[in-house]
Ligand binder design. Structure first.
Ligand code: SF4
Length: 530
């Protein structure tokens, strides 16, 4: 029985019906409909074994679990509904992780801010830690440690800026230790000290220099949610608002990736995601993709999984070697899968903003080429049956009204692409962590129009994607598709009633109709910077 229990809230301990993208639904508040409806749609309960251990768990937590087990520490991930089996009593330490504890990250802060309600991830995180078994165990001395990508939300600075966060933390008797950064190595000593009742640093920020080397990163021992396996860490593009960029780039060798693919397939998982901040760059030391590295990786993944998706890819990477995407699609799309999804950070339609806040994002092209690069990359992806979720940032500190208008123009130019466009409020992270959050009451009329346009695009394209691409296994297909169709219809009705429906007056049909121009991108159409 574990003396160190790792857990997260119910919104994260779910496989989102096997569709990672549906996890976005946990970042909205329960609006009008009861929370159970959202739970059924976006974060169905994860199966557990007789001990309350989940069948699949978030990948990052599996890494920490493996690191502790490798160090001989009795640690396991436990489903949040089964914590009472281990506390109060056996568990000496409770370790929590999360993507967004208090709904402060994009897109939670956007949905929560626009709807003036706490997003589901925040509601569930608070519910997790206020369960009687957790509070009783805390009263009896169980230690509480937090980490994960949103550990910054528990920093003294955030608690001072947002007193309601501080009050919640205080109601738990505080955290014994909070760790920001890549803790693969650090966590072993921290937990040993906690078990030995030694002093724990209340808040630790691990620097890029302390980032573990590839060989120091543990291999997961149990299956990850949706078969996700990491292929590398870090990003060299240097966007000012991003915390990933502060870490060194490291790629895992194929044998390390294969070990984790085996762990997942052994438990029956047959589809999964390759995760890095730019899958197209796998194995590259710079911003030029390496087909000699990437293609073997995809072939390896396809040997284990029937269906393979990518977590992220960058527009500029795709356009640097557009033909390579066709080679990737040839490997991945077969009789078992006919498309794959990926998240793409578009962020802006303004070349001026690219120069001001994210000059590396466009390398090796010029900032002035950005809007056209995005449209061409969208066409390239759709032509190869890749359907992206594109994020946009609204309210970056340097943003002007003209920048927002250019982003709206870009959205109009993407109007008929099969993609989901997700506008998100600026959140102070990375090199901009001392700036202020974007908020609903600060939105200009033009920024509001951008949200309306993206929402309308999203609802339109969700219908197309639902019809053409979302398959659910077995008898539930019709029921789930019907439920999601109903939910999208509900959103459309709400948008129209509240005046949020906004269509472009001049979409670029001539350029953006992928059916009419299926071969328009055999080679890069935009010259690279010399
Ligand atoms: S390209 Fe993406 S991951 Fe890389 S620094 Fe920019 S926002 Fe971060």
């Amino acid at each position: 029985m574990p003396e160190v229990v790792l857990t997260c809230d119910w919104t994260m301990m779910s496989n989102h019906h096997g569709k990672e993208f549906l996890g976005f639904g946990t970042t909205t508040p329960a609006y009008i409909l009861p929370e159970q409806v959202y739970q059924r749609l976006f974060f169905p309960m994860m199966e557990v074994d007789a001990s309350g251990f989940p069948r699949e768990a978030p990948y990052g937590m599996r890494k920490v679990e493996a690191a502790l087990m490798d160090a001989g520490i009795d640690a396991r991930i436990v489903h949040p509904s089964h914590l009472h089996r281990y506390m109060p009593g056996e568990a000496k330490i409770l370790m929590v992780s999360g993507h967004d504890y208090f709904g402060l990250n994009p897109p939670s802060s956007t949905f929560g801010g626009v709807m003036h309600r706490e997003p589901l991830n925040c509601v569930n995180f608070k519910r997790l830690l206020t369960q009687p078994c957790v509070l009783d165990a805390r009263a009896q001395g169980m230690k509480l440690i937090a980490g994960g990508p949103c550990a910054w939300q528990l920093s003294p600075a955030t608690q001072m800026k947002l007193p309601w966060v501080g009050e919640f933390v205080a109601s738990l008797g505080g955290f014994d230790s909070v760790v920001e950064g890549e803790a693969d190595v650090y966590v072993r000593d921290l937990v040993r000290k906690a078990l030995a009742d030694e002093f724990l640093p209340p808040h630790v920020v691990l620097s890029a220099k302390e980032a573990p080397k590839v060989e120091q990163i543990a291999t997961i021992r149990y299956p990850s949610v949706n078969g996700l396996v990491e292929i590398g860490r870090g990003c060299c593009r240097g966007c000012s608002f991003c915390s990933v960029t502060t870490r060194p780039t490291r790629w895992y060798p194929l044998d390390k990736i294969e070990q984790e693919l085996k762990v997942n397939t052994k438990s029956g998982i047959r589809k999964g995601l390759l995760h890095s901040d730019d899958v197209y760059f796998y194995g590259s030391p710079n911003v030029m993709p390496r087909e000699d590295k990437l293609l073997p990786l995809l072939k390896l993944a396809k040997r284990y999984y029937d269906q393979v998706g990518w977590s992220h890819v960058a527009v500029a990477s795709l356009m640097t070697k557009p033909k390579l995407l066709s080679q990737c699609a040839e490997i991945l799309n077969d009789d078992k899968q006919d498309w794959f999804g990926v998240e793409v950070g578009v962020e802006t339609g303004s070349p001026r903003m690219i120069t001001a806040a994210m000059p590396g994002k466009v390398a090796p092209f010029k900032a002035s080429q950005w809007p056209e690069l995005v449209v061409q990359a969208a066409g390239l992806m759709n032509d190869n049956h890749v359907y992206p979720a594109c994020t946009f940032i609204v309210g970056l500190p340097q943003e002007t009204e003209d920048d927002v208008l250019k982003t709206i123009e870009l959205i109009d130019n993407l109007w008929d692409f099969k993609a989901i466009l997700v506008p998100m409020f600026f959140v102070p992270l990375g090199h901009l962590k001392n700036k202020d959050w974007m908020r609903r009451d600060r939105m200009s009329p033009v920024q509001q129009e951008l949200f309306r346009r993206a929402l309308t695009h999203g609802i339109r394209q969700s219908k197309v994607l639902l019809r053409d691409f979302f398959e659910w296994e077995g008898q539930h297909t019709t029921a789930y598709r019907g439920a999601f169709r109903g939910f999208i219809g509900f959103l459309e009705a709400l948008s129209r009633i509240n005046g949020l429906w906004s269509e472009p007056t001049h979409p670029r049909k001539d350029i953006v109709d992928p059916m009419r121009y299926p071969d328009r991108l055999p080679i890069p159409t935009i010259p690279m910077r010399d």
